[in-house]
Design a protein around this ligand. Structure first.
Ligand SMILES: Cc1ncc(COP(=O)(O)O)c(C=O)c1O
Length: 316
């Protein structure tokens, strides 16, 4: 077996390390569709360890560009995880103060990572989940709007734009006419909206599918069950060609399989994405006899090593 090693890159700053993530072919977990290529784009290889580096950087650069973010302002937003890490990293690298609102019950590891960059934390009611954090940050900003830059990743067009200019363009650059399907989970929906818009501009039709937790009370952190959540302003259901419900169990089981069979230790939302990608591959195998499905690895599994409130089976 010959393996070509990736070339090393010399970069001017950590910001330049965002994007250009690799696509990895999954053969073992997709063996039920042998004539369909299934790829996962390793967004955990961004410097903050997740897909959220792209929108965090884009939202900050766009706001610096048009004056919404200036030296005397504090960046504040609600996030229980990856976006918080990304804002913290970018804030440190660009020299801006960052405050994050998150439910009090998020893992200690999550609090520690963001605080390591100098970020200040404000806690919301754990019973109200991520929607409670959104309500609290809005209250804080409304009391003193001049003090803050509130990117609001749920409403900010720079979030999907980051994926339109980055994720989608990079996938087409590597796969061109080969890609037939794309699937991504819905959190803010930025990944799905931006990437899909770019893929839909391609000359060849790409069938773009949103993976959504099947249940309102689910264990796929990072993803939203739209019918029971505050729907993000940037979400437009008509952009998606199809919505595929993913049961929590399937996402968790696929995360286990991908670690053991492919050597990729991914988070549960990524397990859900890959489960949906394999379902699409099986359909393409049956109906078209081939195809090329692309999905996203939003983050790494070790980000979830601390106990979760919905933890069912794992003891670390
Ligand atoms: C682990 C994980 N998966 C998936 C997503 C969904 O991405 P998006 O917000 O672009 O819909 C997120 C977003 O925070 C996430 O943290």
């Amino acid at each position: 077996m010959t393996i070509r090693l990736a070339r090393s890159r010399r970069l001017g700053s950590v910001l330049a390390a965002v994007g250009n993530t690799p696509l990895i072919r999954l053969e073992k977990v997709a063996c039920s569709a042998p004539d369909v290529e299934v790829y996962v784009k390793l967004e955990f290889m961004n410097p903050g360890g997740s897909v959220k580096d792209r929108p965090a950087l884009r939202m900050m650069l766009d706001a610096i560009g048009d004056g919404r973010l200036s030296e005397n302002k504090i960046l504040i937003d609600s996030t229980s995880g990856n976006t918080g890490v990304a804002y913290s990293l970018m804030g440190a690298a660009l020299g801006y103060r960052v405050q994050l609102v998150m439910p009090k019950n998020v893992t200690k590891a999550r609090k520690d990572i963001t605080q390591a960059f100098g970020t200040e934390l404000i806690f919301s009611d754990p019973m109200e989940g991520s929607d409670g954090a959104i309500r609290l940050v809005r209250e804080i900003v409304n009391k003193d709007p001049e003090k803050y830059f509130y990117p609001d990743q749920y409403s900010n067009p720079s979030n999907p734009l980051a994926h339109y200019l980055g994720t989608g363009a990079e996938i087409l650059d590597v796969l061109g006419d080969r890609i037939t399907h794309f699937v991504a989970g819905l959190g803010t929906s930025g990944t799905m909206m931006g990437t899909t818009r770019r893929l839909h501009e391609h000359t060849r039709k790409v069938h773009c599918v949103a993976a959504e937790p099947a249940e309102a009370l689910h264990g796929l952190e990072g993803l939203k069950h739209m019918a029971s959540s505050i729907v993000p302003v940037i979400y437009d259901a008509s952009t998606c060609d199809e919505i595929m419900p993913v049961p929590t169990e399937e996402g968790w089981d696929m995360s286990d399989r991908v670690a053991r069979e492919e050597g990729l230790h991914v988070g549960h939302s990524t397990g859900a994405n890959i489960w949906a990608a394999v379902k699409l591959a099986e359909r393409a195998q049956k109906e078209q006899g081939g195809g090329c499905v692309v999905t996203i690895a939003a983050d790494r599994g070790d980000r979830y090593f601390a106990p979760l409130k919905w933890e069912k089976r794992y003891t670390w």
